[in-house]
Design a protein around this ligand. Sequence first.
Ligand SMILES: Nc1nc2c(ncn2[C@@H]2O[C@H](COP(=O)(O)OP(=O)(O)OP(=O)(O)O)[C@@H](O)[C@H]2O)c(=O)[nH]1
Length: 452
Amino acid sequence: MFTPAPVPAATTRQAAVLIVDDAPAQLGLMRSMMLQQGYQTFVANSGERALAIAQRAQPDLILLDIVLPGMDGMEVCRRLKAHPSTCNIPVIFMSARTGTEDIVAAFDIGASDYIPKPLRLAEVCVRVRAQLQFRRTSMSQQQQAERLRLIVDSMDEGLMVIEPSGRIQYTNPACDRYLGYAAGELAGSALDDLLAPSVAQEYLDLFSQSVRDPSSPNARGAREVLIRQRDGILRAMDFTLTPMGADQPLFVALLHDITHHKQSENALQRAAMVDPLTKIANRRHFDSFLDKEWQRALRSSQPLSLIVLDVDHFKGYNDSLGHAAGDACLQQVAMALQSHALRATDLAARYGGEEFVLLFGETGFEAACALAETIRSHIEALHIPNPRSATSPWVTASLGVATIVPTQLDDIKEFFVHADRAMYAVKEAGRNAVRAVKTGVTFGTIAAVIDA
Ligand SMILES: Nc1nc2c(ncn2[C@@H]2O[C@H](COP(=O)(O)OP(=O)(O)OP(=O)(O)O)[C@@H](O)[C@H]2O)c(=O)[nH]1
């Protein structure tokens, strides 16, 4: 009689085999052989029992006789394959029926192997071992695939698999979440449904270049893009693209949401442009705004007007009412100024201390003088008491206005100096008034000073 050598423990550890046969002698023989091989064994002498044990014990393999009392082996196999908890257990049939039809039918219902009876024990052993080995390999592949799926599903970064045509093949849950889509909804969409046409086209060019020449260094790329969410809102993302190197040319895009980063960057940028006390534009913002408007006026030959405004007797205000009241007063003045600079080409700013500036694009001399006078009377009408002022019981301001139609021969600093000088002239003349000057080569080299 054949006595197979036990298989090494490492390959048989914990492998459990269910043997199903209605002949007790056969069952006993098979069992001792499987035990000898180092397998854990379960036995059943009917189909019903086999199903119950399979469900409960979850063996790694079932050796199944076809001819059984009651439910036959074929039906047992059919039921095992129909049940989610037993469908992956390999079934090896053992039968004296060796006709082609029987064998084909067995494989058709999901058998993994078919051993003819009378059994040759050595053959049974190697077939069992081969099936267990195959199961172990495919289970570890499944586990690996499952682990990868879990990683991709739980990633915080969005992931997209894209075909060279720009068709999206797969998106992970983070990507769906970022863009507001249901699971699987994005599969089949085109990249240009999500990106601006020019950006999508750049990627399509990159895809075809990468397919033509996979070693091309440009086939990878990380950049900041705006991606359209399902609701149409654009979202800033870091988009990193990598060719997958699979049989089929595919690209993996990683999406990292930078909306918050962008928001704080924008907030920082805004903060850098705002005066912290009055919340209107600061000097730096004003200077760059003046530069831009100057260039625009140069191109359009439109007039540009600048008002320099200084609060009168403000030292006295602080000295009598305190620095905190002084701050509140500057805030009120700032709000009043802001309310007169409403167009996109206007800007009111705190230039420093109690000095403010206003720029009015496309605004001529008369309009600027009228505006300055409105602003002066607005501040006076705030009726902020200034007990130490020699000019008025209320807080007042002195305003200098300069208007220019700039040319290449004019100087932006000179323009500012003219407005500043006009303001100082008001101070010298008694404060709480407006003085205006037309300046620059267009109006003549001598500035015309006009009391408004
Ligand atoms: N409360 C407060 N005071 C400020 C601030 N910045 C500047 N000042 C004060 O503004 C005052 C300006 O005083 P001066 O430059 O002497 O001018 P003035 O008293 O307004 O006199 P005239 O300009 O000649 O009418 C100083 O006392 C500064 O301390 C500020 O942010 N808050």
